[in-house]
Design a protein around this ligand. Sequence first.
Ligand SMILES: [Zn+2]
Length: 430
Amino acid sequence: MREALHVIDNEIFKLPYSASNEAVANFKKLAKKELYKCPYCDAVLIVKYGELRGLYFSHQHSEACEESKRVEKAEKRYAKQIERETQLHKVLLDIIYDELSIKSKINPEVYVNRGYKEKTEWKEYPDIYVKLGDKEHALCVITNVNPSGDGNLAQHIMKRHNYFLNEGLEPIWFIEKKEQAIERDKNSIILWEAELTIASKTKEDKNWDNLFTSEIEDEMFFDYFNYPRHDTDSEINTKCLLYILNKEDKIVIHVQRFLKDRIVKPLRAFMINDGYEIPFGQALIVDNGFRLSNPEIEEENRNRFLDSLKQKREQHLERQKLEDEMKKLKLAQEEEMRKVELQEQELRLKKLIDQRKAESINRAMSYEELKQLLREKIGLTQKEQMELWTNYLPRIGLKNSQLVWEIVLENNCRSFTDLKAALGKKYGLL
Ligand SMILES: [Zn+2]
């Protein structure tokens, strides 16, 4: 095996893959002075060089100890597990590992190891195993997240995630930052299935849960943001994605929070602010577990969120007030129009009556005229007209339409029923 091995004072030492002849000779000389020892069986190691393997350590007589064989086997299985990752995966892990190694030297509460070395018998290896006090963590980095194979990746991740949980490890996933799919007008972010699977729940997420729990009592909450809430009955569940990116040769974590919503595609979630970046070292500050956020920024973000919510609420109320006023105005206008119509109708009737009065001296009223007057005055229908003609007129006299009209005016009849009652009284008709 050509991995890290013990050298003086427990320092981990790796041989370079290639070196000049002179350097190779020097490593071999140092080995003869028993400088390098196997970290598993403590046997003295020798240094060899091969065309394919490059420079590597070997047990004497090429007989590797059981433990180093087991680690080698575990390493092979681990290599298979991370087959899908890109070159960046290795780069990021080396940096994370170094960062944590430094921490472990300063802080005796921190212990770090490569996942496959920590427990060779594990079925799924975390990239990096970290123990903080008595709490064990499985740190993993996921690169190469893309639409093709998203479902498969999500399943693969879920399997590893659950395995770690079962083994008592708390998983922390870092995901390679790619372009995010954001719907600004809906205040939403569309996630990959893999992203939804590995989103973390940190102390800060719980703080956001508290904020939402009280604010969402306002039924209009999501309307203020134009967010189409899908699962209206689901519990408030804030989560965060820890994106990892290489920025000007520094590793940065982009913290993106969201409120979980859809669990069927498209995986839309309510976006909480735009996220922010922190140096990787800051994310790994140990503070009752890894911090993974910046508490000051979070506090500020929550205040900013509440401010904008307040503003949106006020805007909404103002808009509603305006709409209510518009509605009232429209109703008043309609009322006004109805009044005008009624007045016009009365005016037409009055004109007819006046006309009739002026003419009545000269001639008798025709039944046609009576019908027209009754239509205006009491809203006489076709059916009522027939009833009047067949049941009443013959008894009053077919030419006495004038008399019927006089009765309407005398009794100020407003309906055919009124008229029938008046006629009944006058002529004893039923
Ligand atoms: Zn050994």
